[in-house]
Design a protein around this ligand. Structure first.
Ligand SMILES: C[S@@+](CC[C@H](N)C(=O)[O-])C[C@H]1O[C@@H](n2cnc3c(N)ncnc32)[C@H](O)[C@@H]1O
Length: 326
């Protein structure tokens, strides 16, 4: 996968994939959980792109429309020469905004992602469409990318977290990530974050389950097990799990589950992990928290960032929120 985009390993080369520490402790939770970044090996990243095309998965389409419609206003409000995107993925939605930024000032885009393949392909596509934007890919986990920015920065920076990715973890993980972002930003820097807003359970469950004739969500969820089997000498039997998502009101989040359908034992030999499953047991393979704008502003404000402009769609489904570091 040799593209033209410069990609720097910021998280110990491939080593971070072998870091079983966070995985081992998440598997000990009740129910056991697989941390989100294990969903994004090369195949997982491609499957996520398929998910974004599903007819009921409105998030990407609504966010894309907001970013295109308000690209100039957002670019004016952002105002920094460096734009770092955490969990950039295909970066398709970000291009209109980056073009608007580059029309106003020299702009360097720093996508941060665990998927090296996505960093290269999205960087190459951006270079073709918008050669005026300089690109420097940072390959690794969010914390490592932010650490690189703290060490190497030479200009004011906006940290962006799009795709409602802020919701892809437990409340504790979310606070830790927000604290890491806030701790990286200096006075004059910005934080641009998008969020899927709270809505009725039936709408969310239609959005996060495959409609008839589609299987992208099912394959994405089961691929977590394939990835762990490959990475940690495991023997999870995919045929013993049924993927499904449901909305839990108490935590305002959709949870992606793998339901065990048979009694069996699974191992990850490289981690010394054995897990006993009975029918009905679940593994959590993805949290997608939903937000109300006031609650989100409060969470971010507690970390010393000041709310600025926001852009919400006409049906109040999805919002993009800007915060300032003073
Ligand atoms: C939900 S997708 C969103 C992708 C894109 N921002 C969008 O809106 O379509 C999450 C992205 O974050 C990346 N990712 C997940 N966990 C990560 C982590 N801990 N560190 C860096 N990247 C991560 C995945 O590889 C994936 O590209």
């Amino acid at each position: 996968m040799d593209g033209a985009t410069a990609v720097e390993a910021v998280d110990g080369d491939t080593e971070f994939w072998a870091d079983g520490g966070s995985l081992r402790s998440a598997l000990r939770e009740v129910p056991p959980r697989i941390p989100p970044h294990f969903g994004y090996d090369d195949l997982g990243s491609q499957l996520f792109e398929e998910i974004t095309e599903l007819p009921n998965y409105y998030l990407t389409r609504v966010e894309d429309r907001l970013l295109r419609r308000h690209a100039d206003e957002i670019a004016d409000a952002v105002g920094t020469p460096w734009v770092a995107e955490l969990g950039s993925g295909s970066g398709k939605k970000t291009r209109a905004l980056l073009a608007a930024c580059a029309a106003r000032r020299d702009t360097t885009y720093l996508p941060i992602d665990v998927s090296r393949e996505m960093l290269v392909s999205s960087g190459d596509a951006l270079a073709t469409e918008h050669p005026e934007v300089a690109v420097r890919g940072l390959w690794g986990r969010y914390e490592a990318g932010l650490g690189w920015i703290r060490r190497e920065r030479t200009a004011p920076v906006t940290a962006m977290l799009l795709g409602s990715t802020l919701g892809n973890g437990t409340a504790v993980e979310r606070r830790a990530l927000l604290a890491e972002v806030a701790g990286t930003l200096a006075p004059g820097d910005r934080f641009l974050v998008s969020a899927d807003l709270v809505k009725p359970a039936d709408v969310l469950e239609r959005c996060y389950n495959d409609p008839p004739g589609h299987s992208a969500f099912a394959r994405f969820r089961l691929n977590h097990l394939t990835h762990l089997n490959r990475r940690f000498d495991g023997d999870f039997a995919l045929e013993h799990f049924r993927p499904e998502a449901h909305y839990t009101e108490r935590i305002q989040a959709v949870e992606g589950h793998l339901h065990a359908t048979a009694e069996h034992v699974a191992h990850l030999r490289a981690l010394g992990v054995s897990m006993v499953f009975r029918p009905g047991d679940v593994i959590n393979v993805g949290i997608s928290a939903k937000f109300d704008p006031g609650g989100l502003a409060e969470e971010v404000r507690e970390l010393g960032l000041v709310p600025g402009r926001s852009w919400v769609d006409e049906h109040w489904r999805y919002g993009i929120f800007l915060f300032h570091r003073r």
